[in-house]
Design a protein around this ligand. Structure first.
Ligand code: PEP
Ligand code: MG
Length: 589
């Protein structure tokens, strides 16, 4: 293949989900297929570090498996716990580990490649045996191999391999936990074949401030290891081998965007009031106590959505009451005294899974055993969480919010369990906020339709537009094949939002929006014009949204809402909202 052909620029269009223009070398992370584990030479000076990286990955895997065994055993599933014990034996097998270390030293190749080759040899050996018991070990070794490889690819750290540092990660797909596994300083940008703006990996990337483009369809096949790539995370464009002309064009675009960012930044400290003096409320979405720090930078006082499953995903297990309490307390204490923290109870399932037999993969995960459905079934896990949140409410203003509500009965059942949790804390003599507010996420069309009835049972609503859009339009939010159909501009979605807001207003309760559109410049004025009480978003989105709302009158927002709600054509709505924003933001491209 000639040099010239390789150097030819080509452009891929995906969904821009975390802004930023960056250029760097690609690291193609093919996590799905063991056959495609990267293979590269380690410099002699880095070999010791590579061995430490391997040992660190083994240790991380050991902790995860032991945790899983303990977790499953504590729920009485002894037979399943035995499987994890067998996995621990594989991990400690001196033959596999020893042979890997030997291969690393004799070949000078990277740990994942040597470990994978060794493990595969053992898999083939056991698979060829007659003895059924020994044959069983194949699946154990396979499972453990996957875990170690996942940890190795995740824990690749500075110094261990310069193949990984400061790279643009290209993957077929990334789960939210895989996304958080990367060392932030090692990642220039994330590109995935699958996903959509609201898939959870995209949300995590945005929260981590990593430029990202998802839904690129076959980028992981078209981009080769070490390719030179230029990413526009705002527009969702990726250039492979960018030409001089493209690079020059992006220098101008970057300059333009920096000017706008400086202008927005200058206004950050001004009060949150519209042009005609009406106060508006912006809040932050977070996934862990450490994220509270990022709120301060963007002058946000309240957390409108703490995605509590972030804690579970980070531990890759069900953390106990104490571990959760520590994290909620830390988050509550990190907020300003006047701040409020809305903790959304566990929303695992869908595209957010941990290694637990309680949460198996499903054919239709977004329509499946997710969030409140799981919590109402596994009441002990739910109650651990509720007690932890309640205890943290003695350290700062907290609210509890239930996700994926589809009926009044679910809210009633969840509140009953909350009362049990309160009783248990009372009998333990623990302090908590007796009047803690309880809210419901409205993100399933059924809940929207019966919002008036649900409002009778709760103190507040928060509209989860990410799910509301996918369920209203029957479009999987993570499926790139139909991402063009995932359309929050669709009048059905907008009318439903307005319907929910009116139901909340009638019941006299506040109604926020915490889906991704709350932090989207095109939607923010529209939502406020509809009567939404607060917008909760990835903190880094707040500066731009604040600028837009400060430069618009509430009256104009209401007129905008009326016009948009009367428009049947999604593309006309999009055009109308884009024109509106461009009239406010200087230098719009
Ligand atoms: C939503 O669905 O809009 C939401 C905020 O929840 P999540 O994205 O975590 O499902
Ligand atoms: Mg949701």
């Amino acid at each position: 293949m000639g040099e010239d052909f390789q150097k030819q620029e080509f452009r891929l269009q995906g969904v821009g989900c975390s802004p930023g223009v960056v250029r760097g070398k690609a690291f193609v992370f093919l996590q799905r297929s063991v056959e495609e584990i990267p293979c590269y030479k380690i410099e002699s000076a880095s070999r010791e570090a590579e061995v430490r990286r391997f040992e660190k990955a083994l240790e991380a895997t050991r902790t995860q498996i032991a945790g899983l065994a303990e977790d499953v055993r504590s729920r009485g599933a002894t037979a399943e716990a035995d499987i994890f014990d067998a996995h621990l034996l594989v991990l400690d097998d001196p033959a596999i580990v020893g042979e890997t270390l030997k291969a690393m030293s004799t070949t000078g190749l990277n740990a994942e490649y040597c470990f994978n080759s060794t493990a595969r040899r053992y898999i083939e050996f056991f698979a060829g045996l007659e003895d059924d018991y020994l044959k069983e070990r194949v699946s154990d070794i396979r499972d453990v191999t996957q875990r170690v490889l996942k940890n190795l690819l995740g824990v690749a750290s500075q110094g261990a391999s310069d193949r990984f540092t400061k790279r643009v990660i290209v993957a077929e797909d990334l789960t939210p936990s895989e996304t958080t596994m990367f060392e932030r300083s090692n990642v220039l940008a994330l590109l995935t074949d699958m996903g959509n703006r609201t898939s959870h990996a995209a949300i995590v990337a945005r929260a981590m401030g990593i430029p990202a483009v998802v839904g690129l369809r076959n980028a992981s096949l078209r981009i080769a290891q070490d390719d030179d790539v230029l990413i526009d995370g705002e527009k969702g464009i990726v250039y492979i081998n960018p030409s001089e002309k493209t690079l020059a064009c992006y220098t101008t675009i970057s300059r333009q965007r920096s000017r706008l960012a400086a202008l927005i930044e200058k206004e950050l400290a001004l009060p949150d009031v519209t042009e005609d003096g009406r106060a508006f409320h912006l809040e932050g979405n977070i996934s862990g106590a450490d994220d509270v720090e990022s709120l301060k930078k963007f002058r946000l006082e309240n957390v409108g959505l703490f995605r509590s499953e972030g804690i579970f995903l980070r531990h890759d297990r069900f953390p106990d009451e104490e571990q959760q309490f520590e994290e909620y307390r830390r988050a509550a204490e990190a907020l300003p005294k006047t701040g409020t923290l809305v903790v959304r109870t566990l929303d695992l399932g869908g595209d957010k899974l941990i290694s637990s037999s309680l949460l198996a993969r499903e054919d239709n995960p977004f329509m499946g055993f997710r969030a409140i459905r799981f919590c109402l079934e596994f009441r002990d896990i739910f109650k651990d969480q509720l007690r932890a949140i309640l205890r943290a409410s003695a350290f700062g203003k907290m609210k509890i919010m239930f996700p994926m509500i589809s009926s009044v009965a679910e809210v009633v059942a969840a509140k009953e369990i909350l009362e049990e949790a309160k009783d248990e804390l009372r009998s333990r003599g623990e302090k908590f906020d007796e009047d803690i507010s309880v809210g419901a996420m409205i993100e399933i069309p059924a809940a929207a339709v019966i919002a008036e009835d649900i409002a009778e049972e709760v103190d507040f609503f928060s509209i989860g537009t990410n799910d509301l859009t996918q369920y209203t339009l029957a479009v999987d939010r993570g499926n790139e094949k139909i991402s063009h159909l995932y359309d929050p501009y669709h009048p059905a979605v907008l009318k439903l939002i307005y319907f929910i807001v009116k139901a909340a207003r009638k019941a006299g309760i506040p109604c926020a929006v915490c889906g991704e559109i709350a932090g989207d410049p095109a939607f923010a004025p529209l939502l406020l014009g509809m009567g939404v009480s607060a917008l909760s978003m990835t903190p880094s989105c707040a500066a731009k949204i604040r600028y837009i709302l400060r430069h618009t009158s509430f009256d104009t927002m209401q007129t905008l809402a009326r016009t948009v709600l009367a428009e049947p054509e999604p593309r006309n709505i999009q055009e109308r909202l884009t024109l509106f924003i461009n009239s406010i933001l200087p230098d719009s491209e």
